[in-house]
Design a protein. Structure first.
Length: 266
């Protein structure tokens, strides 16, 4: 069983919701990422979304765009991202890792080579923002053959008909983008999120994670009430950008611990 499925099964049995932090691999440098991944797990993360740095991250707001720029400037390639996952797996064989990014780096590496290496190093899922389910083509069976779950986005504007198509192609979990706009923008309307999650549930039994715009423990707790997973990216990446670099392995886990505690009270 894929680690993602096992994780959500265990969380369901424990009546808990998944906490999924996002960080960009290689930000501010490749050596930082693996220790931060372990620190996130120790702080209560159930799954880690690891961003593949890309020069034109069109779905991301300025915070994560700048994270990609820093990671690329530090020499972080897709190959390096996979090496980071391999190193993480040397001491953690259980926490699911989902790569999130854009198609270009994967195409350059080659679908088959990527799928093989991703499985070998211990990747569990991938979310490619600019690859819709209809255009998966040969990539879909390659992912399936290598036990890597394809994860897709659902937006506030996605129709019921479209949700059904996305759900049929998805595995692991569905990622609901809770706001209209890029990552880190606007404020959440929790009641609107609840309504859309209920609509999505009509078309799938997959867990539903909610991300974009979750900035604090209070909001994380509210979203945990209506979803299966809370995904937090920009609020963490912003701390990497602006925080005391010598204290990040303390301050960011402390923030994640606050999210975990708030969610567990729901």
């Amino acid at each position: 069983m894929n680690r993602l499925n096992s994780c959500f099964e265990k969380l369901g049995a424990d009546k808990r919701k998944a906490l999924i932090p996002f960080i960009t691999a290689g930000d501010p440098n490749p050596a930082f990422t693996e220790p931060m991944m372990h620190a996130l797990v120790d702080a209560g993360a159930d799954i880690i979304e690891l961003g593949i740095p890309f020069s034109d991250p069109m779905a991301d707001g300025p915070v994560i765009q700048r994270a990609s720029e820093r990671a690329l400037a530090a020499g972080t390639s897709l190959e390096e991202v996979l090496n980071i996952v391999k190193s993480f797996r040397a001491t953690n064989q259980t926490t699911p890792i989902v790569l999130m990014g854009y198609l270009n780096p994967v195409e350059i590496m080659g679908y088959e080579r990527f799928a093989k290496k991703a499985q070998i190093v211990g990747v569990d899922g991938i979310l490619i923002v600019d690859l819709p389910p209809e255009e998966m083509g040969e990539f879909q069976p390659l992912l399936q053959a290598h036990d890597i779950e394809p994860i897709f986005l659902v937006a506030p504007t996605t129709t019921s008909e479209r949700i059904k198509i996305i759900a049929e192609k998805s595995a692991g979990y569905l990622y609901y983008v809770s706001i209209k706009g890029v990552t880190g923008s606007a404020n959440l309307d929790v009641s609107a999120v609840a309504d859309k999650v209920a609509e999505i549930r009509q078309h799938t039994n997959l867990p539903i994670g909610v991300g974009f715009g979750i900035k604090n423990a209070e909001t994380a707790a509210k979203i945990a009430k209506v979803s299966d997973a809370v995904i937090v990216g920009s609020a963490i990446v912003k701390q990497i950008e602006t925080g005391n670099q010598d204290k990040l392995l303390e301050t960011i886990p402390a923030f994640v611990r606050e999210l975990r505690e708030a969610m567990d009270k729901v």
